[in-house]
Write a protein that binds this ligand. Structure first.
Ligand SMILES: Nc1ncnc2c1ncn2[C@@H]1O[C@H](COP(=O)(O)OP(=O)(O)OP(=O)(O)O)[C@@H](O)[C@H]1O
Ligand SMILES: [Mg+2]
Length: 371
C-alpha cells in the first residue's frame, strides 16, 4: 500500500520532521547537535549544491557568523536571525533563521537545529529601486516648485506694481505648472503600464491607421520645430495586432516626440511600417521604425534608456520638458503587447527606434491575406 502523508506524520515510515522540512517554502536544513546534516529540502540545493546528509554543516557553509550563531542557538530560547553576506559562488544577501529543537538528550543523529534561509538579494534590489524612484520623482517635482516659489515671491515683492513683469512671470508659472502636470501624468501612466504588464490586451488595433493618426497629431509639433515628419506606409493597408489603442498610441507618440526633440536641426523624422512575413517558425510580425537625423546616442547609454528617469543629458532633456519616463512607459507597454523594442544609433547620423509586434491579421489593398 502506498505511503500517505498521514503515515509519514504519524511516523510510521519516515520521521515527521522530514516531511515538515520538505514542506517549508524556503531552503531549509536540519542538523544534529554535533553539526552533522541530517536532511535538507530540495530548495536548499539551489543555495548550497554540495550539501548532503552525513556531511558537517561547517564543510558546506563557511560563514563564521552562521557557525557561531548555530553554537549559540543550542541554548537560546528564541530562534536566532543572522544576516549573511555571501560572496561565493555569487554575491548575495541571505537571511538565516536558526531554531533549536527541544530535545531531552541531544544525541548524534537526532534533529537538533533547523536552519532556514531567505535570499534577500532581490528584495534589497527592489527596495533600492523604489527608494531611487521616490528620490528622483521628488527631485523632479521640487525643481518646478522651487521656481514657482521664487516667482510668487517676486510678484509679491519687487514686481508687484510692474505690469509687464507680471505678464512674463505668469507665463513662466504656466510653464512650470504644465511641467508638474506632465510629470504626474507620466508617473500615473508608468504605474498603469507596470500594473497591466502581465495582462494580455484584448482589443485589436490597426497599426497603419494608428500611425496615420500619430503622424497627423504630431505634424503641427514637427512643423513648429522646423522638422519634417514622413510616414512610409507600405502595402498591405491594414495590419491588425492585439493591443490597446491608447497604450500603443502612447508608445509611438513618445518615440516620434523624442525624434522631434532629439533629432537634427532641421529635424527629419521617418516613420516606417514593415510587415515581416512568417519565416523560420516565426509568426508574422510588424516592425514600426522611427528614425531621426539627430546626433545619435553613445552606445554605453543605449541599454539604460528605458530605465525610469534615465536621460543621456539631463539638462538638455529638462529644457525640452522631458522627464525621462517616456521610454520606461514604452518598455512596459511593448512587453505587455508581446513585442520588442530595439534601439540602433550611429553617432553623427541619427537613431532608429523599432517596435516589433505580433500580427493577428493583415490585408492588402485588393485582396485579403493572412487571417
Ligand atoms: N531619438 C533620440 N535621439 C537621441 N536621444 C534620445 C532619443 N530618444 C531618447 N533619447 C534619450 O533618451 C532619454 C530618455 O528618453 P525618454 O523618452 O524616456 O525621456 P524624455 O523624452 O527625456 O522625457 P519624456 O519622454 O518623459 O518627455 C532622453 O532624455 C534622451 O537623452
Ligand atoms: Mg520622451
Amino acid at each position: 500500500m502506498a505511503m500517505t502523508n498521514y503515515d509519514r506524520i504519524e511516523g510510521r515510515h519516515e520521521p515527521s520532521w522530514r516531511v515538515v522540512v520538505d514542506a517549508l517554502p524556503d531552503p531549509a536544513i536540519m542538523i544534529d547537535a554535533t553539526g552533522v546534516i541530517l536532511h535538507h529540502n530540495p530548495q536548499l540545493a539551489d543555495l548550497y549544491p554540495r550539501a548532503r546528509p552525513g556531511l558537517s554543516i561547517s564543510a558546506i557553509i563557511r560563514i563564521p557568523e552562521l557557525l557561531q550563531a548555530i553554537d549559540q542557538a543550542r541554548d537560546a530560547e528564541q530562534p536566532m536571525v543572522v544576516q549573511l553576506h555571501d560572496r561565493v559562488p555569487v554575491t548575495r544577501r541571505l537571511s538565516a533563521i536558526i531554531s533549536a529543537i527541544a530535545t531531552d538528550e541531544p544525541r548524534a543523529g537526532t534533529p537538533a537545529i533547523l536552519i532556514t534561509f531567505r535570499d534577500m538579494t532581490d528584495q534589497e534590489k527592489h527596495a533600492k529601486m523604489r527608494a531611487d524612484f521616490i528620490a528622483n520623482a521628488s527631485h523632479e517635482l521640487r525643481t518646478p516648485l522651487a521656481s514657482l516659489k521664487v516667482i510668487v515671491e517676486t510678484l509679491q515683492g519687487p514686481a508687484s506694481n510692474d505690469t509687464a513683469a507680471r505678464e512674463r512671470f505668469l507665463a513662466m508659472m504656466t510653464t512650470q505648472t504644465s511641467r508638474m502636470t506632465r510629470l504626474i501624468d507620466d508617473l500615473l501612466s508608468l504605474q498603469r503600464a507596470e500594473m497591466k504588464a502581465h495582462l494580455p490586451p484584448r482589443d485589436r488595433v490597426d497599426i497603419c491607421e494608428l500611425l496615420d493618426w500619430v503622424n497627423q497629431s504630431l505634424e503641427p509639433l514637427a512643423h513648429a520645430n522646423g522638422a519634417e515628419l514622413t510616414l512610409v506606409r507600405p502595402e498591405p493597408v491594414e495590419v491588425w495586432v492585439r493591443g490597446e489603442r491608447e497604450e500603443l498610441a502612447q508608445v509611438f507618440l513618445n518615440l516620434v516626440q523624442n525624434g522631434i526633440k532629439y533629432g537634427g536641426n532641421p529635424g527629419k523624422i521617418d516613420i516606417s511600417i514593415n510587415v515581416l512575413p512568417e519565416a523560420a517558425g516565426r509568426p508574422t510580425r510588424v516592425a514600426i521604425s522611427v528614425a531621426d537625423n539627430g546626433e545619435g546616442i553613445p552606445s554605453e547609454h543605449i541599454p539604460r534608456l528605458t530605465e525610469r528617469f534615465y536621460r543621456v543629458n539631463v539638462v538638455a532633456s529638462r529644457e525640452k520638458g522631458g522627464t525621462g519616463l517616456g521610454l520606461a512607459i514604452v518598455k512596459y507597454i511593448v512587453s505587455r503587447h508581446r513585442g520588442e523594442l530595439s534601439i540602433d544609433s550611429t553617432i553623427g547620423a541619427g537613431s532608429i527606434f523599432t517596435v516589433t509586434l505580433p500580427v493577428v491579421s493583415w490585408a492588402q489593398k485588393d485582396h485579403a491575406a493572412g487571417n
